[in-house]
Design a protein around this ligand. Structure first.
Ligand code: SF4
Ligand code: FES
Length: 383
């Protein structure tokens, strides 16, 4: 068993997980070039059964988790989604479905509603079908998403849209927000693409230039004013890409602090990206969630601040940003214990600056993006 003196979170003793993200499957009808699933998703074959998922939900709730997200891949691929939602609701979770909208129809919306689903978030790729098709690999998906967004709203859910922004759609932000307005959205997350998984593979083709980003921020501000003048309540949340920040985010609120992801095969992770790190993660098929959360080596490795090196170790800001993101540190330096290079105090910050310079120069055309696909995934497979 791990020495608990090393398991303390930044603010004291390790607390219970509040958030559970259930990645029900890595299967998905789309092929987004910025998919956050692991590059070697094809190596994951044995998804948890319905009974195993119910056991995971029960254990997490008993530990104190209150929020849960169903995601993937595309969670609607699982025919037992309604059963799992009903069980999560019965246990007392607040439930959120994160979906592309593909696989949804009026009957399923009604069934999910009857199961007690609290919230649905649909992703859009772009304002026009051509860009959406080029980035997600499906010419029909865009129209289907728009129809499902309308149906979700008609079923009484708030319409919450998520649009991943990148260099090939960010210049059309004005049209994207206009489309969300026309759809009757209640909230729109304009989430600049973060560079994990397939997005990291495609970084050169996806990272916007600073100029593009500044224009997009100004567009968002203009829209906020216009919406307020019209008395239209559509919240716009603009998420800046990490690569243009000078301080990193406190990723997941800290490693093993409040957030837990269970992957399709039962691997338990402190974040959705961690399984590409050079370490092994426990599995709910072998151990209980409580033991995994409190006592596993994986969850304790970057908890608190004992693992930090300089400059984080003696930095006054270390309890605010917990040294940034371990996955980003690894992807940019090959060392997960490094200070997140997003931080301007990091000795590796020049790597982020180089990526920004690259993005300022002419980037690869949209057609050069590698869409998420099984063939490439097999190439990345470790097994
Ligand atoms: Fe945060 Fe570390 Fe940068 Fe300090 S040096 S601001 S703790 S990432
Ligand atoms: Fe894994 Fe930030 S995404 S620690």
């Amino acid at each position: 068993m791990t020495d608990r003196t090393h398991t303390t979170a930044v603010n004291g003793a390790t607390g219970a997980p509040l958030w559970l993200l259930a990645e029900l499957t890595y299967r998905c009808p789309l092929q987004c070039a910025y998919c956050s699933n692991p590059l070697d998703f094809a190596a994951v074959k044995e998804e948890l059964s319905t009974e195993e998922w119910i056991d995971v939900l029960t254990q997490a709730r008993a530990m104190g988790a209150v929020q849960m997200g169903f995601s993937g891949g595309e969670p609607l691929v699982r025919r037992d989604l309604e059963t799992l939602v009903a069980e999560a609701r019965r246990l007392g979770f607040y439930t959120n479905l994160i979906t592309s909208g593909l696989g949804l129809d009026e009957a399923r919306i009604e069934a999910l509603h009857a199961a007690g689903l609290d919230h649905i978030q649909i992703s859009l790729q772009a304002s026009d079908p051509d860009v959406a098709a080029a980035v997600a690999g499906s010419p029909k998906a865009h129209a289907k998403k728009l129809a499902m967004a309308r149906s979700v709203k008609a079923a009484g859910y708030p319409m919450v849209l998520n649009v991943v922004l990148h260099r090939h759609n960010i210049d059309r932000l004005d049209e994207i927000i206009a489309l969300c307005d026309e759809l009757g959205a209640d909230a729109v997350e304009l989430a600049n693409c973060q560079m994990y998984g397939w997005a990291h593979l495609n970084r050169e083709g996806l990272l916007p230039s600073r100029e593009q980003l500044e224009t997009a921020e100004a567009t968002t501000a203009r829209w906020r004013e216009r919406l307020a003048e019209r008395g239209r309540d559509m919240r716009l949340l603009f998420v800046v890409p990490d690569y243009y920040a000078e301080r990193p985010k406190a990723c997941m609120g800290g490693w093993g602090a409040i957030f837990m992801t269970v992957a399709p095969d039962g691997a338990v992770l402190p974040c959705h990206s961690a399984r590409m790190l050079p370490m092994s993660f426990p599995n709910v098929r072998d151990r209980g969630l409580r033991e995994i959360w409190y006592d596993s080596e994986a969850f304790n490795r970057y908890r608190g601040d004992g693992w930090m090196r300089e400059p984080c170790r003696s930095c006054d800001e270390r309890h605010q940003d917990v040294g940034g993101c371990r996955c980003q540190a690894y992807l940019l330096t090959g060392d997960a214990t490094a200070t997140d290079p997003v931080c301007s105090l990091s000795p590796d910050h020049h790597r982020v600056e180089a990526a920004r310079r690259e993005a300022g120069a002419a980037a690869a055309p949209m057609e050069a993006l590698t869409l998420r696909n099984v063939h490439e995934s097999r190439v990345f497979c470790r097994t």
